[in-house]
Design a protein around this ligand. Structure first.
Ligand code: FES
Ligand code: FE
Length: 373
């Protein structure tokens, strides 16, 4: 099949194989998810020394935990002896040490090898050298970000720069004090679609009028399809008779008191490559993290964050959760509808980006550079 010539004002999407080729997915795992800063878990997911969570980062399983001093640590979830998984559960507590279930090698909460059967008769085993392999960690927005690279990229030049690109300055996000907020609700979605379909979907609002009736009620400018995530660095205003960012436009919860005037009655959204979306409204912040599991499967974990006083008081957050939960379901259903067609002969050369989606073209250029094309 020959490639279709597109008029100059239109650009092609990525060819279908970018969404179906396991080899390309493996390349993305190695060059993107295992190299960049990856948002792995919320700090409160591991509240105490010995608490842990395991997450998939690229092709690796990573343990996020806290040491005895309460500091965040992250390790590859692989025993240095013969490679058994150290933690097989998604979350829990190991108490004072990690112990491998196979031959009982035992590592302290900083990853150092502290005990093994007959260890004293094995003088060649250096306890630090044969400790768990630590990975780089950074805490920001109350989340634990990890990089599996030997030399991680600058957090400032990558993650924080994305915020500057979208919001003008990091301070515009800082006003929400996201690190101090509490998780009011978490919903995990298992999406049968390539992670890039989810990113592309999040970046455009061309679909909003078609699939998001509740969202366009609250944010009327999204109904014309031009608002787009790309254009909302000035914020999208709530509709005139809308009281809050809720499924029926009714009043929201206590607003975050540190917001600037121009953040009132507004919705802001940013994408932080490669796998985080942040949505900000006056009374809550919604943070999505994608965990790409396979070329055609992505787990998306979504947190709704409110003032701690709101969460502690037991106030009903369901109307605000319901709005974006529906948006998520609508978006992921659309992504799942595209995924099977990515292997169609008709999509061999990709599809078309209309003018309001041209920033998705920039995402594709970024991707191609990241995987070394
Ligand atoms: Fe872990 Fe042997 S594989 S102790
Ligand atoms: Fe959407």
């Amino acid at each position: 099949m020959t490639s279709t010539q597109l008029p100059e004002s239109l650009i092609a999407t990525l060819p279908g194989r970018y969404y179906t080729d396991p080899g390309l997915f493996a390349l993305e795992q190695a060059t993107i998810f295992e190299r960049m800063w990856f948002c792995a878990a919320r700090g409160s997911d591991v509240p105490r020394p010995g608490s842990f969570r395991t997450v998939q980062v690229g092709a690796e399983s990573v343990i996020v935990s806290r040491n005895r001093r309460g500091e965040i640590r992250a390790f590859l979830n692989v025993c240095r002896h013969r490679g058994a998984r150290i933690c097989s559960d998604g979350e829990g507590s190991v108490g004072r040490a990690f112990q491998c279930m196979y031959h009982a090698w035992t590592y302290d909460l900083d990853g150092k090898l502290v005990a093994a059967p007959n260890l004293t008769r094995m003088p060649d085993i250096d306890r630090t050298e044969y400790g768990l392999r630590a990975v780089h960690v950074r805490e920001w927005l109350g989340y634990v970000w990890v990089s599996l690279a030997d030399e991680p990229p600058s957090f400032e030049d990558t993650v924080l720069q994305e915020v500057v690109n979208r919001l003008g300055e990091v301070a515009n996000l800082d006003h929400y004090e996201v690190d101090t907020l509490s998780v009011g609700r978490r919903i995990v979605y298992d999406v049968r679609a390539n992670w890039k379909l989810i990113v592309e979907n999040f970046m455009e609002c061309y679909h909003c009028a078609t699939i998001h009736p509740e969202l366009t009620e609250v944010l009327p400018e999204f109904a014309d399809g031009y608002a787009a995530q790309y254009y909302v660095n000035h914020g999208a205003a709530f509709g005139a008779d809308v009281e809050g960012f809720t499924v029926d436009g009714s009043a929201g919860l206590d607003p975050i008191p540190t917001l600037a005037d121009d953040q009132d009655r507004k919705y802001y959204a940013i994408t932080i490559k490669p796998q985080v979306f942040v949505n900000m409204v006056p009374d809550h912040v919604i943070v999505h993290r994608m965990y790409p599991m396979a070329v055609d499967r992505t787990v998306v974990e979504c947190d709704w964050l409110y003032l701690p006083s709101v969460v502690e008081s037991g106030k009903d957050v369901s109307k605000s959760v319901e709005l974006f939960h529906r948006v998520n379901q609508q978006d992921f259903e659309a992504c799942e509808r595209c995924q099977p067609a990515m292997s169609s002969r008709l999509y061999r050369d990709g599809g078309v980006l209309v003018p309001s989606e041209h920033h998705i073209g920039a995402f594709h250029e970024w991707l191609r550079a990241a995987i070394g094309e």
